[in-house]
Design a protein around this ligand. Structure first.
Ligand SMILES: Nc1ncnc2c1ncn2[C@@H]1O[C@H](COP(=O)(O)OP(=O)(O)OP(=O)(O)O)[C@@H](O)[C@H]1O
Length: 464
């Protein structure tokens, strides 16, 4: 590129900059004065070019920059009666300062104040929103009364939860996905001596392994690349005097298991990059849908941590083992969802309830919520009948679970559907097992069901 061309390009770039830019030569004469500088100060370009900078710009120090060779940043300079923020930068060639650049960053300090105020206002709003959402969360926290279920199994689970809540002991909640483990954890917190403190929830499976320590214990400024200025408190600090809910604890990496055990024993934590430990007094409620005992025996979970967590055990049975709760859940959620969607009230016919009760609900109550949501948004009339149900419900009927809540005989339709669906289910499972070369854990994962459910199905469908 010719020297002339690069000079032209440079001038164009300087002229289109948002900041005011002035360049002086060795003798402190102005050799460049860009459009922004002219706009901000009202001084014409022709007036400025070739003139000593001290004659043109009020209170300039650029001639001093040429002498000292020192850069100055963020200095306040009064130009045309206004305070402005400037940088002054010397340009060296070898041992000598050959020019200096003056940059006008903010047109006035008042602009800087405005920006600062805007920023502070934004921060105030964000803090308020956070405080409001924390208050709202507190109000929205679940209580035991909101947990639906009158079956013997659920009544027993609630009884244990109520008693566990009053103690300071660690609670381990087990149960398949979607059975309501987080609901129980919140209810325990609400009834516990820690109820006035925060409820902090961490999903151990959702946080990448290398971030988990910082998330749980916090970090100090500069602890790693990307660490936030001022550091960040960890969940153990945030949950102080409250409850820390460690969801999916079975997915916790071994190294973190040891660190958690240490905090539980010593009631002290240490931020990543920190030098001084902090005190933390939290009630731990952990949950998992994994077989922790089996993980312990296979070496995937620390035995000492397991015993430390398993002081009170709360098992939530899957929905298929407490079928009498299904009609209650259906009628609660159909009402709640119709209200939420501003839809006209709807109800299930007796036959639809029978079919839904005979379904095996591998996704438990979360699946109930999803299916009812889907049905409500598609069904047109007030009545939800068998024809409105998703085909999956008809295909996966639980043949060895008689529908006893209404005391009636199962219908012929239901029988036919069941027979057909068992055949289909058998075929699907055999195919998946072939794909996984007989590996049952992988097959259960592919089918989206728990391993114990797969074993039950293998037995029921006589798959060898
Ligand atoms: N007994 C219940 N009564 C009413 N709603 C319930 C009940 N149990 C669960 N739910 C609802 O089902 C959904 C799943 O519940 P929750 O998140 O507590 O389950 P979970 O066992 O913690 O699931 P995961 O193991 O996947 O984290 C939520 O929408 C919750 O409100």
């Amino acid at each position: 590129m010719s020297e002339e061309l690069s000079f032209d390009i440079l001038h164009t770039v300087l002229d289109s900059a948002y900041e005011g830019i002035v360049i002086v030569d060795k003798q402190a004469r102005i050799i460049h004065f860009n459009n922004a500088y002219s706009r901000i100060t009202g001084i014409k370009k022709e007036q400025a070019l070739g003139q000593p900078v001290t004659d043109i710009i009020d209170n300039t120090q650029l001639h001093m920059t040429l002498q000292t060779g020192q850069a100055e940043r963020g200095k306040i300079q009064v130009i045309s009666g206004q305070e402005m923020v400037v940088h002054r930068i010397p340009i060296w060639r070898g041992e000598e300062v050959v020019a200096a650049v003056g940059m006008l960053i903010f047109e006035g300090v008042s602009e800087l104040h405005k920006i600062l105020e805007m920023h502070q206002e934004k921060e105030r709003k964000a803090d308020k929103a956070l405080a409001d959402s924390q208050k709202k969360n507190k109000k929205q926290m679940v209580t035991l009364d909101q947990i639906i279920g009158k079956s013997k199994e659920m009544s027993e689970t609630k009884r244990i939860a109520r008693r566990a809540a009053k103690t300071l002991a660690t609670v381990l909640i087990t149960g398949e996905s979607g059975t309501g483990k987080e609901m129980f954890a919140q209810s325990i917190h609400q009834l516990s001596p820690f109820a006035d403190g925060p409820f902090v929830s961490v999903n151990c499976a959702a946080i990448p392994e290398h971030l988990l320590e910082a998330e749980l214990f916090g970090y100090e400024e500069g602890a790693f690349t990307g660490a936030r200025k001022g550091g960040k408190p960890g969940k153990f600090e945030l949950a102080d005097q409250g409850t820390l809910f460690l969801d999916e604890i079975g997915d916790m990496p071994m190294i973190m298991q040891s660190k958690i055990l240490r905090v539980l024993q010593e009631k002290e934590g240490m931020r990543v990059g920190g030098l001084k430990p902090y005190r933390t007094n939290v009630r731990i409620v952990a949950a998992t849908n994994k077989e922790l005992e089996q993980m312990v025996s296979e070496g995937g979970f620390r035995e000492d941590l397991y015993y430390r967590l398993n002081i009170i055990r709360l098992h939530i049975p899957p929905l298929r083992e407490r079928k009498e709760d299904i009609p209650l859940l259906l009628s609660y959620y159909v009402k709640e969802i119709c209200e939420r969607y501003l839809a006209s009230p709807k109800h299930f016919t007796e036959e639809a309830v029978k079919l839904l009760t005979a379904y095996n609900w591998p996704g438990n109550i979360r699946e109930v919520v999803n299916i009812v949501e889907r049905i409500v948004s598609l069904a047109e009339g007030e009545e939800i009948s068998a024809t409105d149900l998703p085909s999956m419900v008809l295909r996966h009927q639980d043949s060895h679970a008689p529908v006893s809540f209404s005391g009636g005989e199962t219908t012929e339709v239901l029988d036919t559907v069941r027979k057909e669906s068992m055949e289909q289910e058998r075929e699907v499972i055999i195919n998946v097992l072939k794909e996984t070369k007989g590996n049952k854990s992988q097959a259960a994962k592919k089918l989206g069901i728990h391993r114990s459910t797969l074993y039950e199905k293998l037995k029921k469908l006589q798959i060898k």
